[in-house]
Design a protein around this ligand. Structure first.
Ligand code: ARG
Length: 489
């Protein structure tokens, strides 16, 4: 069922623009469980701000311009996989088809990274390749373009299966042309200075209780860093969209990085009228309380995780005797929707900065505060309303004649507050709380009253009206959480 535009909207965002930065996967690496939270929380926040009337631009901000790119290039050079890209005499044009597949990248990248960790000479090679890539060496740029294209396709598929959509598919590399002029400007205004060969901006401020190290803009070999592309990206976003707020939905562990970047941006006046804010989040842990891994101890890929959740959801549906008689295709779709709802709701229902333990058996339960419970609540109301239509029963405006009806109606009318408060705190968990409280009020109402069996036409119509309003609101909140309601279960 689709959610209604405008329903509940507090219009806190009238005439305001938000750029929201989340997702942030790195080129040439598969998406893994570490990308789950930024995607789920970021998506919920973009839906919420949009619903509240903001103009929203979401940017996936791919990691595509740092040392990992140089590591890959150096590794490919060593292995002699695609020699023309390294041949200084070759003047192009370079082939359109990529010399490497995504599978190869997935093998090459960790190999290169671990070689650089254990061997300083390899690290030096990778650094040199990074600097040359950034300086514009044609063969390296061409190779980089292939990494980018090959990865982008795979990433788009992954995000589609999560139900997450971005307005902008930009990356760190997109701001490359803005970096040199930005650095010139910062130097001219004496904001950037040299320190041990590197160009830095001092960002410590009087009153700091701990030391905030300077932001490094450029190393002595000319290579730029993560902070440099983030700073130039602020320039780009301010120029292109003149936002009121730029929100970064990124792991809490990057807090210092953002503090440095934000301070540098404000010091240099690069942020226009935009507030800069890091909405951090905690980690997803395994039952042992350590970051979640596969049984074999490796990093869990995102599609493996979704497949696991779908399977578990399928078992739960079976246990509940749900969807049993439906065509296999529909059953599979329902299982996928329930699995995703389970993961998303469990993730969102904690305040974002807390860590949580990944426990599929708990997340997929149809009782208690879970995604599947709420989905099922909505599905049940849909089925009541369908039956009512089949019986030719009419609906009217909800009326309050009992304590349960009053409480339900009050819960329904507090949607707007819930949306406004969740925005203020950047806290989708408040929407989770709201959805669960609403579903509970509905259950109480449903247990206490006749609806289909009500003999008074007026009473029945008013109660059906209340059912319908509850459904609309529930579908709306679930949509804000990125959760779909299947037509039936
Ligand atoms: N690619 C980064 C990482 O994997 C995340 C990017 C977050 N966004 C940003 N503007 N820095 O850690």
């Amino acid at each position: 069922m689709t959610a209604e535009v405008g329903l509940g909207a507090p219009e806190t965002g009238r005439n305001k623009t938000l750029v929201i930065d989340f997702g942030g996967p790195n080129v040439a690496k598969p998406m893994h469980v570490g990308h789950l939270r930024t995607s789920i929380i970021g998506d919920s926040l973009q839906r919420l701000f949009r619903a509240n009337g903001w103009r929203v631009l979401s940017d996936v901000h791919l990691g595509d311009w740092g040392l990992p790119m140089g590591q890959l290039i150096a590794e490919i050079g060593r292995r002699g996989i695609a020699p023309i890209y390294f041949d200084p005499k070759f003047t192009g044009p370079y082939p359109n088809d990529s010399p490497i597949t995504m599978e190869q990248l997935e093998e090459l990248y960790p190999a290169a990274a671990s070689a650089c960790k254990s061997d300083p000479a390899r690290l030096e090679e990778a650094r040199a390749a990074t600097a040359e890539l950034q300086a514009g060496r044609p063969g390296y740029r061409a190779l980089w373009r292939h990494f980018f294209n090959v990865s982008e396709q795979g990433l788009k598929r992954e995000y589609a299966s999560l139900g997450v959509v971005f307005d902008l598919w930009k990356g760190e590399a997109d701001v490359d042309p803005l970096i040199a002029p930005m650095i010139e400007d910062l130097k001219a205004r004496h904001l950037a200075e040299l320190s041990e060969g590197a160009l830095i901006i001092l960002v410590s401020e009087p009153g700091d209780r701990k030391e905030i190290p300077p932001l490094i803009l450029q190393k002595s070999d000319g290579a730029v860093l993560y902070g440099t592309t983030d700073l130039a990206t602020i320039v780009d976003r301010v120029r292109s969209h003149d936002p009121n707020l730029i929100l970064y939905v990124v792991d809490q562990r990057q807090h210092m990085h953002f503090e440095q970047v934000f301070r540098a941006a404000r010091k240099a006046g690069l942020n226009g009228s935009a507030e800069l804010e890091h909405a951090g989040f905690g980690t997803v842990n395994g039952p042992d309380g350590k970051p979640f891994r596969t049984r074999a101890g490796g990093v869990m890929k995102l599609y493996e995780l979704i497949a696991m959740a779908t399977e578990e959801a399928g078992l739960r549906l079976q246990e509940q005797g749900l969807a049993a008689a439906y065509p296999p295709q529909e059953r599979a779709e329902i299982a996928k929707a329930v699995g995703l709802a389970a993961i998303k709701f469990a993730d969102l229902s904690n305040f974002r900065t807390s860590d949580y333990i990944f426990d599929l058996a708990r997340f997929t339960r149809f009782e208690g505060k879970t995604g599947p419970y709420l989905q099922y609540a909505a599905v049940r109301i849909q089925s009541i309303l369908r039956k009512a239509v089949a019986e030719g029963y009419t609906r009217s405006a909800p009326a309050v004649r009992s304590a349960e009806e009053r409480r339900l109606l009050l819960a329904l009318t507090s949607l707007t507050d819930a949306m406004a408060n969740a925005e203020t705190r950047r806290a989708p968990n408040m929407l989770c709380d709201y959805a669960f409280a609403l579903a509970q009020e509905f259950s109480r109402f449903y247990a206490a009253h006749h609806i289909m069996s009500e003999t008074s036409t007026d009473l029945r119509a008013a109660r059906l009206g209340l059912c319908e309003l509850t459904l609309r609101v529930l579908v709306k909140v679930l949509d804000l959480l990125g959760i779909e309601v299947p037509p039936r279960m």
